[in-house]
Write a protein that binds this ligand. Structure first.
Ligand SMILES: Cc1ncc(COP(=O)(O)O)c(C=O)c1O
Length: 375
């Protein structure tokens, strides 16, 4: 998008000409608690005035505070936490941890999945155009989302270290694996001694209305869960949640920047705000409202997603519509690998008037396109 952003407040961003935009993209699902939230700013500012960084060679109680709060809010209090800096790094470490644990190396991943740009993460991503020859050395098999039989065929050989799957597929175009499929995967992974990794980098942190998208599959407990994006509301921080049965030893995974003081203060502020402002409830209710309203529009082929992670599929490419939304209605939205899908990933602080503003703009764009095609 040909705009330079210089300021922001909650769900609004401002460009260098002073033009305000409604942010329904959240800087790629990163802005969870709204831009420049007062508690977030205070906590980060307070920390920078104390100590911004020291390595993991000393005690950092902010890490414990973050881990405790994350455990409580997510329902994973008994899991361990490794802190790092990006979604790709979280998945890279998750795959490595699986391999350390079961001494196998093959990975099962899913068609249209995305897991990041580092070597094993991109190898597990269904986008050959991003695979360099250094990435294709990894043994990864892509399986159709929803095809449990194919997963079992692959697992039966006994050489699969991990199955990695997004809680709700994002970049691919917002595809829900479904509770039955996820629970089926869990059972198969247990049977064939393969670790189940839930990539919640995009779909986690309350975005879908529950802390993790996979929690719609009641009772599902992955072996490893990865988080990033919404975790720091823009401050780079990511994490790997590790089930208690996985034997981890000190130094097994490591990073210089991961879990630093500033990152932790940002991460703690985010968790405080999600809890205090009931943002998961807001995401769930506003998301349901948006999805219901979008389903009424005849121009829309399909609406997918949950909470504030929504894919709107048209019969044709969304590019002209997205451009019009930016230029004429000053609304930012996201794209997907599928050119016919528009993605909504707004801050979880979104208000009903913002949702209505978007719906009104979308109707105007559709009307305009109908007029143009009939003239
Ligand atoms: C599901 C998922 N996993 C991993 C990543 C990679 O995260 P990062 O860009 O922070 O490395 C992304 C980024 O879009 C993602 O959507």
């Amino acid at each position: 998008m040909d705009i330079e952003l210089v300021d922001a407040n909650d769900c609004l961003v401002t460009d260098s000409t002073g033009q305000e935009y409604l942010d329904l993209y959240g800087g790629h699902a990163v802005i969870s608690v709204g831009h420049k939230h007062a508690h977030y700013v205070d906590r980060v500012e307070d920390q920078i005035n104390k100590i911004a960084f020291y390595s993991n060679s000393v005690i950092n109680k902010l890490q414990t505070e973050l881990a405790d709060k994350l455990g409580k809010l997510s329902g994973y209090e008994d899991y361990g936490l490794f802190l790092c800096n990006s979604g790709a790094e979280a998945n890279e470490n998750a795959l490595k941890l699986a391999s350390f644990t079961n001494k196998k190396s093959k990975v099962i991943s899913f068609q249209k999945g995305f897991h990041g740009r580092t070597s094993r993460a991109i190898a597990a991503t269904d986008s050959p155009k991003y695979h360099s020859s250094a990435d294709t050395v990894h043994d990864v098999q892509f399986v159709e989302l929803g095809n449990l039989q194919m997963v079992e065929e692959a697992l039966k050989k006994g050489d699969v270290s991990a199955v990695i799957i997004e809680g709700l597929q994002g970049l691919g175009g917002i595809y829900d694996p479904g509770a039955d499929f996820l629970l089926g995967l869990r059972a198969l992974c247990t049977r064939y001694e393969t670790l189940l990794i839930l990539d919640e980098v995009q779909s986690g942190y309350g975005r879908t209305g529950k802390f993790f998208a996979h929690q719609y599959a009641t009772g599902l407990k992955p072996d490893i869960i990865t988080v990033a994006k919404g975790m720091g509301n823009g401050f780079p921080i990511a994490g790997v949640l590790i089930a208690p049965h996985i034997p981890a030893w000190y130094g097994m995974l490591g990073t210089t920047f991961g879990g630093n003081h500033l990152a932790c203060s940002a991460g703690i502020a985010v968790l405080d705000i999600i809890k205090e402002e009931s943002l998961m409830k807001n995401a769930s209710e506003l998301g349901a409202y948006l999805i219901r309203e979008l389903q009424q529009l005849t121009e829309v082929k399909e609406v997918r997603g949950r909470g504030l992670m929504i894919g709107i599929e048209l019969e044709t490419a969304i590019a002209p519509m997205r451009k019009q939304l930016v230029k004429e209605h000053h609304i930012l939205t996201g794209v997907a690998a599928n050119p016919n899908v528009l993605r909504l990933l707004p801050p979880l602080t979104l208000k009903k008037e913002h949702a209505d503003q978007f719906l009104t703009a979308l109707k105007a764009v559709f009307m305009n396109q109908t007029e143009k095609s009939s003239s």
